[in-house]
Design a protein around this ligand. Structure first.
Ligand SMILES: Cc1cc2nc3c(=O)[nH]c(=O)nc-3n(C[C@H](O)[C@H](O)[C@H](O)COP(=O)(O)OP(=O)(O)OC[C@H]3O[C@@H](n4cnc5c(N)ncnc54)[C@H](O)[C@@H]3O)c2cc1C
Length: 379
């Protein structure tokens, strides 16, 4: 910790956005307290794939922020003993249009390489070779196991002197203090509200005005695969190319989308695209679907799960396809195409939200921007 200030920072929410802000502020010498309503992080930050995925980010500032995120994750994971696999990412193409998108994407990238089917099969035998046109391998991406990674980050933040109050909802924000549900008042010089998908309690007007929308996703984890099975990368295929900002600029993406919508209308209706992220215990986290709205029916959709598993089978050989667990995750995303939404609803308060499907990747860069902003203002 390099002490530049002893000003007090309070953070609402112990998801990745809140904890990245807490660690980054503590590193700059702030006295940091985090209030989390649940007994441990249970929001989107423990419900995701754990992929740190610059590949999906738009070229330019967003990709740089994502690279910064991977670097920070790697540093902190090493210091905190968090499992992280710097496995890279394999984007497989089965349709001619998807192969064209990958070619267009690769043309602008120094690090990513295009692989012919035979090379894919040699290096990544878990990839389904049937109908494969080729793949793009990018070495920059990494994967963490979200539940253990978040627990590790909290322990690491504590070891640096960050104070956590779990089971402590913040119910009101005053000019210079927050009030918790049990009536405590915690004074702050800077407040970070990183409340994830919660939109109705703190600054609902500012959140509504920011143009964000809830999105709910269906996810699953496979049983651990037999010993010796090693996918060796994060896997995705054709559907994913229509989903992330990185590929929007590729001329062939529109053709690919049109073909996929015609061939797989149910996948399109449920916003299904599929990633598979391998973890240390041999399991794979697999998803997802996308439902947009304010409130969602409580049902787990087995038909949507079938869509996810069908798309998975197109690109991944899975020796043991049994599903060990299933869950929903919800995040906010911008309806205006913003990568993240940062609002100052009142003096001293920064509300950070809507990192959409890339919050694990982008949070460290965002936290650095917030903390640097405080230093600039006090200069
Ligand atoms: C299914 C799924 C898959 C994803 N996959 C990836 C991926 O592979 N890679 C990637 O980069 N990103 C991924 N994301 C996105 C990423 O998970 C999110 O952007 C990120 O976790 C959001 O972090 P957060 O801290 O804002 O939210 P959360 O993790 O939801 O944390 C918010 C916290 O605030 C607490 N809180 C709310 N209100 C209060 C209050 N009043 N008082 C106290 N505490 C409060 C909540 O209890 C919660 O713990 C995925 C998201 C989902 C849902």
């Amino acid at each position: 910790v390099t002490a530049v200030t002893d000003a007090r920072v309070v953070v609402v929410g112990a998801g990745i956005v809140g904890v990245a802000h807490a660690i980054t502020a503590r590193e700059s010498g702030y006295a940091v307290t985090v209030c989390e309503r649940d007994g441990r992080p249970l929001g989107a930050s423990v419900r995701n794939f754990g992929t740190l995925w610059p590949l999906g980010c738009a070229d330019g500032a967003e990709r740089e922020q994502a690279r910064q995120g991977v670097r920070r994750w790697r540093e902190v994971a090493e210091r905190a003993g968090i499992w992280l696999a710097a496995s890279g990412s394999l984007s497989l193409a089965y349709r001619e249009e998807a192969w064209a998108v990958l070619g267009e994407y690769a043309a602008g990238q120094a690090n990513a390489v295009l692989l012919e089917p035979a090379a894919v099969q040699r290096r990544f035998p878990a990839a389904n070779g049937h109908g494969l046109r080729g793949a793009l391998y990018s070495p920059e991406e990494a994967v963490v196991h979200p539940p253990s990674a978040m627990a590790g980050l909290v322990a690491y933040a504590r070891s640096m002197g960050v104070v956590f109050h779990f089971g402590t909802p913040v119910v009101r924000v005053e000019a210079e203090a927050v009030e918790t549900a049990d009536g405590r008042r915690l004074p702050f010089d800077h407040l970070v509200v990183a409340a994830g998908e919660e939109t109705r309690l703190l600054f609902p007007g500012a959140i509504a005005a920011a143009g964000v929308r809830r999105c709910r996703l269906q996810m699953l984890r496979t049983v651990p695969q037999p010993a010796g099975y090693a996918p060796g990368a994060i896997y995705s295929s054709d559907l994913t190319l229509c989903h992330y900002p990185a590929f929007r600029a590729c001329p062939s993406t529109a053709r690919l989308r049109a073909r996929l919508e015609a061939e797989l209308p149910a996948h399109a209706a449920w916003g299904v695209h599929v990633l598979a992220a391998p973890h240390f215990d041999g399991s794979l986290t697999v998803g997802d679907s996308h439902e947009h709205g304010e409130d969602f029916d409580p049902e787990w959709r087995t038909d949507v799960e079938q869509l996810i598993l069908a798309a998975l089978a197109e690109f991944l050989r899975l020796p043991d396809p049994r599903v060990a667990s299933r869950w929903h995750g919800t995040y906010l995303r911008s309806t205006r195409g913003e990568t993240q939404v940062v609002v100052q609803p009142q003096e001293r308060v920064t509300l950070v939200t809507a990192l959409g499907g890339l919050g694990m990747t982008l949070s460290w860069g965002l936290a650095q921007q917030t903390v640097d902003g405080w230093a600039e203002r006090s200069d």
